[in-house]
Design a protein around this ligand. Structure first.
Ligand code: ZN
Length: 291
């Protein structure tokens, strides 16, 4: 099991040279993005213009994103796909330059299927299916999380590559197919990193704490908004070291690792969401770009 996780981790890293990708030329707008990307991986899009950029409207996977150009000649932002919500195949990326002199460019990106390892666990019945008494709580917490992740704040705080929130290695990779008592569950839509109880957990990139709450599944969880629809999430914390509304720098301690929520031992679950799609954070430990 462990060897397969490590192999996957390396494969995610090796796919990145592909992402240097195509450069499409329009009159005044150049778009750089990958031509092919594995499902569940984030990627950086770069838009350049001969004239100062005003506002851009980005259309991707049925979602839209407004990117402020701030008068600069280039902007970069993050997009990607979700192992659960996206499908392999071709997806169109369309960029519209708004303002006095509107322009549009578009390209197709091939989303490739990938093989993910399987994990079969035998767990107590109440962990496999939560008791009726907590269903309302779970629904309320899901709604709270969806509202947070659907927010697109206009200030881009993202800096890549990500800093590692804890020094520990990967214990469960993104995309892992999970079976509890032989019943298939949703795939693992984050990255589990080894951490002992009380280990400091650090912000992967600068941003604002938009939610610090105790949830049934995630336990004590911190949601960090990096702007332009990008969030990192830190789950199962023993203790918070930040409050909602705080701005944090990359590497700043946001909490202590723990085993709160529905887990079998202490570790950090790190999530990466872009436009409410969950993707693999591991890829961004190696990607230089954005700012
Ligand atoms: Zn996890």
């Amino acid at each position: 099991m462990m060897l397969r996780c490590v192999l996957f981790f390396m494969l995610a890293f090796l796919t990145f040279p592909v992402m240097q990708g195509a450069a499409l030329h329009a009159a005044q707008l150049r778009l750089e993005c990958p031509e092919v990307i594995g499902i569940g991986l984030p990627f950086v899009v770069r838009v350049e213009s001969d004239a100062p950029l005003d506002r851009l409207r980005v259309e991707w996977a049925g979602k839209t994103l407004q990117v402020p150009g701030a008068g600069k000649s280039s902007v970069e932002f993050l997009l990607g796909t979700d192992v659960l919500k996206s499908k392999p195949g071709t997806e169109t990326l369309r960029i519209l330059k708004l303002g006095l002199d509107p322009l549009a460019v578009q390209t197709s990106i091939l989303i490739e299927d990938r093989e993910f390892p399987e994990q079969r666990l035998t767990v107590p019945t109440e962990m496999a299916s939560p008791p009726a008494a907590v269903q309302e709580r779970i629904a309320r917490e899901n709604a709270e999380v969806r509202a947070v992740l659907a927010t697109v704040s206009p200030d881009n705080h993202l800096v890549l590559p990500f800093m590692r929130p804890v020094p520990g290695g990967v214990s469960s990779a993104y995309g892992l197919k999970r079976f509890f008592n032989d019943l298939e569950r949703n795939p693992h839509r984050g990255l589990d990193l080894r951490a002992a109880l009380g280990d400091p957990v650090r912000a992967a990139a600068p941003g604002r704490i938009v939610l610090a709450a105790d949830h049934y599944y995630g336990g004590r969880s911190v949601f960090l908004d990096h702007g332009l629809g990008v969030f990192t999430v830190y789950m199962h914390l023993d203790e918070f070291k930040v409050s909602q509304g705080d701005m944090v720098e990359a590497g700043e301690v946001i909490g202590l690792a723990g085993q709160t929520g529905r887990v079998t031992g202490p570790h950090l679950h790190l999530g990466l969401y872009v436009l409410d799609l969950a993707m693999d954070p591991a890829a961004l430990f190696f990607t230089n770009s954005v700012q």
